[in-house]
Write a protein that binds this ligand. Structure first.
Ligand SMILES: Nc1nc2c(c(=O)[nH]1)N[C@H]1C(S)=C(S)[C@@H](COP(=O)(O)OP(=O)(O)OC[C@H]3O[C@@H](n4cnc5c(=O)[nH]c(N)nc54)[C@H](O)[C@@H]3O)O[C@H]1N2
Ligand SMILES: Nc1nc2c(c(=O)[nH]1)N[C@H]1C(S)=C(S)[C@@H](COP(=O)(O)OP(=O)(O)OC[C@H]3O[C@@H](n4cnc5c(=O)[nH]c(N)nc54)[C@H](O)[C@@H]3O)O[C@H]1N2
Ligand code: SF4
Ligand SMILES: [Mo]
Length: 713
């Protein structure tokens, strides 16, 4: 009999990073559970972690490309050769004065992730899968309350009082998990007497559990919330105490004037919801002890910054910031800095945001943009020469995937690849690594140390978490953080004087009087002890005036935005209506994460009984009847970008007749399990961000995830 023990660590079968316990027996991970010290939940993907861990497709050694880019032919090399090749190219780039032509695209697990430190020290850019999906949400919160905003977190539903209202507006919280505990927290709040309202063109699992489902028109959320806010103000039901004390002087009067004609009747024409429904919910919200709003995909639909702005105006007028059940404003854990700290490169000076068309009009903004689009664009105009990807899959998972694949194989007049070096750090070969020059085998989340701290954990009651190795890594796997620290020692040694990742984390933890060892002994979680509501009452908000800024006067007359939220829907919904009569919506399933190998190449999650094997085209029954389509028929879906896919139809009453739906993430052409499953990639249809620049700047909602389509047999 071997020994068996439960070790606390952090799941990474998706980017929610829930605290888990891993049962280790005879040096192998056998079973996963939620960690009772932190919400105690794990989802089906989390439970399937061992099937990713022991997948026979795991990369074990560094590889170099021997065929053409994209051909997928590789040969084993040593770590020395791999690191020497990367170092040599990066030295050459720096000597040419082009350090800023390095971009690394990765998921930062903390805001001082060693990978990010390397980029700042070397002079390259991070271009991340972390906040691009809701950069507009972040920008909107920063502009209005100057606070660390709600990214990848719902309101803390477990604090929602009786009589409170939970609004999911373009948020599929029961499938697109941001913590495995969220669905339970929502249902518990309902038990306590809170109300759940779901705004979604599709009757999602969330809608099925809701007190009220509002099948809003795609892109209608801004209009819907402006209509509610107008009604609340007109009926004098706004939170006077909050507005008088905490909204910047003059802003409310300006809002009152500007919003006067955004009546529920006027907004109804845009969002397709009856005025009476808007009014009733508005009054309920004004009277409720707390209202929490969550949106994710709702904010990725072309009018994202407008929606983020309208969302914040609604929260301010109803006084729902930093209250139990409302919008938390998390604080960062006070970690100690590792000195000397490298500053980052100047985004604007170096042209990061001015890649592509209309580059000069974006001067007023500064944020991270959709990686796939940015990369393709920057390769074409020679402003990206070295790309390192880790924990992301731009060749498949992102809008404009075809453009990316084309760009990385593009050659200059001398017949050389325009992108001089492409490095992919992965667990298993992915669509992206197939194009790489060098592929590096990462350690999995069961094999590495990682210090995780991000503001949103605060919403789950802790500030930092420790990921620790519970088993040995196979082959020659090395953690990406170790790789970047090694590159730092070679290329910017003044910033990498510490010995290794553990010493780096120890230095940071000293700010809390902790060390990795102490944190490990504590069970791997550090908690601030309380949610700390109404923090603004002590020191005000994080804005220059210390109050809430409803009016964004600096954006008045800006080319891609204005000072108040525009209620209309994005042009991509208004154009090509006749030729492409349906709006295609994409959404997640509980079984899969993005398009990546971690779930799509996992036999449990790809099984048609325990998981999900293929995707379908969800189509309204009445619409299908008109088109002569029966359940299971193969249909052709075509988009204005020329993309075409063939997919089986699934008929349902639970979708608006003017929309069709498709699970996001399928279409992998690599991996033993992945290639046996069926399904298609929605991103063959969804255009890249560049296609919609005329409407919204790249700062905000650049990651459009829908398009108009037509359906044929
Ligand atoms: N299982 C799983 N969980 C995940 C992920 C994953 O891949 N798999 N990914 C994580 C990531 S990176 C993210 S960003 C989040 C995403 O979280 P969500 O955005 O909540 O996830 P989706 O499933 O894409 O949900 C989109 C929903 O918005 C609806 N919708 C589309 N257009 C509109 C609109 O205009 N208005 C409104 N009101 N609704 C609209 C769609 O019908 C769909 O139900 O999930 C995270 N969690
Ligand atoms: N049409 C459409 N497109 C979308 C969306 C949509 O809703 N619809 N959603 C968008 C959103 S919100 C986002 S955030 C992006 C996400 O886009 P990506 O960040 O590119 O996400 P994934 O597809 O999950 O790719 C993650 C990759 O990391 C790998 N991986 C997993 N664990 C590890 C590890 O420990 N180490 C390393 N090195 N690699 C690992 C996985 O195998 C996988 O290949 O997609 C966007 N694309
Ligand atoms: S939501 Fe599921 S897969 Fe994602 S981190 Fe949590 S348990 Fe793991
Ligand atoms: Mo995302």
């Amino acid at each position: 009999m071997g020994t068996s023990k439960w070790v606390p660590t952090v799941c990474y079968q998706c980017k929610a990073e829930c605290s888990i316990l891993a049962r280790v027996e005879d040096g192998k991970v056998k079973e996963i559970r939620g960690n009772p010290k932190s919400h105690g939940k794990v989802c089906v993907k989390g439970m399937s972690g061992p099937a990713t861990q022991y997948n026979s497709d795991r990369l074990l050694y560094p590889l170099k490309r021997v065929g053409k880019r994209g051909e997928g032919k590789f040969e084993r090399i040593s770590w020395d050769e791999a690191l020497d090749t990367i170092t040599k190219k990066l030295k050459e780039l720096k000597n040419r004065g082009e350090a800023h032509k390095l971009t690394a695209s990765f998921f930062p697990h903390s805001i001082t992730d060693p990978k990010w430190r390397f980029l700042n020290a070397y002079g390259g850019f991070i271009n991340t899968a972390l906040p691009h999906c809701d950069s507009a949400k972040i920008v909107a919160f920063l502009r209005t309350v100057g606070g660390v905003p709600n990214h990848h977190i719902p309101p803390a539903w477990f604090t929602m009082p009786k009589g409170g209202i939970m609004i999911l507006a373009g948020r599929h919280a029961f499938g697109g998990l941001d913590n495995a505990a969220v669905p339970r927290d929502i249902l518990d709040a309902k038990e306590r007497g809170a109300k759940l309202v779901v705004l979604d063109p599709i009757f999602t699992p969330d809608a099925a559990k809701a007190d009220q489902w509002i099948p809003i028109k795609p892109g209608g959320d801004t209009a819907f919330f402006l209509g509610m806010t107008q009604h609340i103000i007109a009926k004098n039901l706004y939170n006077k105490e909050f507005v008088d004390n905490w909204v910047r002087d003059g802003d409310f009067a300006k809002l009152k004037k500007w919003i006067a004609d955004k009546t529920p009747e006027a907004m109804s024409k845009i969002c397709g919801v009856e005025p009476a429904v808007i009014k009733k919910l508005a009054v309920e919200c004004a009277k409720a002890p707390a209202v929490g709003v969550d949106s994710f995909k709702g904010i990725m639909l072309g009018q994202a910054l407008d929606w983020g702005h309208a969302w914040n105006i609604f929260l301010a007028v109803t006084g729902n910031y930093d209250n139990p059940g409302g919008q938390p404003l998390p604080e960062l854990t006070p970690m100690a800095p590792v000195a000397p700290g490298p500053g980052g490169p100047d985004l604007h000076e170096l042209g990061f945001h001015r890649t592509g068309p209309n580059r000069t009009v974006f001067d007023k903004y500064g944020f991270i943009m959709e990686p796939t689009w940015y990369e393709a664009q920057a390769i074409r105009d020679d402003s990206l020469k070295v790309l390192i990807t880790s924990e992301c899959n731009p060749a498949l998972t992102e809008m404009g995937q075809s453009g990316w694949q084309e760009a990385v194989t593009m050659k200059d007049s001398k017949g050389k690849y325009k992108l001089e070096l492409l490095v992919s750090i992965e667990l298993m070969h992915s669509e992206t690594s197939k194009f790489a020059d060098i592929v590096l085998p990462d350690k999995s989340y069961f094999e590495r140390w990682e210090l995780l701290y991000m503001p949103w954990w605060y919403n789950f009651g802790h500030g930092i978490a420790l990921r620790q190795p519970v088993v040995e890594a196979p082959g020659e796997c090395r953690h990406s953080n170790e790789v970047f620290i090694e590159l730092g020692k070679r290329l910017a040694p003044e910033y990498f004087k510490f010995k290794d990742d553990l010493e780096y984390y120890d230095t940071q933890l000293a700010g809390l009087g902790l060390s990795v060892k102490k944190l490990q002994d504590m069970g791997g979680l550090w908690s601030p002890g309380t949610m700390g509501f109404y923090k603004y009452r002590a020191g005000g908000f994080g804005t220059p005036s210390k109050k809430v800024h409803l009016h964004w006067e600096d954006l008045a007359g800006a080319p891609a935005y204005q000072d108040w939220p525009r209620p209309g829907t994005a042009p991509e919904y208004e154009e090509n209506v006749k030729e492409f009569p349906f709006i295609l919506l994409s959404y997640r399933s509980i079984y899969h994460t993005g398009s990546g190998q971690w779930s799509h190449n996992n036999p449990h999650l790809r099984d048609s009984v325990s998981g999900m094997h293929e995707n379908h085209l969800l189509i309204n029954t009445a619409t299908a009847r008109k088109l002569g389509i029966a359940d299971g028929d193969l249909v052709m879906v075509e988009a204005p970008n020329g993309g075409k896919v063939r997919i089986a139809a699934r008929l349902s009453e639970g979708i608006r007749p003017d929309c069709v739906g498709m699970h996001h993430g399928f279409g992998s052409t690599i991996g033993r399990v992945a290639t046996q499953g069926k399904g298609v990639s929605d991103n063959l249809l969804v255009p890249d961000a560049g296609a919609t620049l005329q409407w919204q700047d790249v700062v905000a909602g650049e990651a459009h995830v829908s398009t108009r389509v037509r359906i044929g047999k």
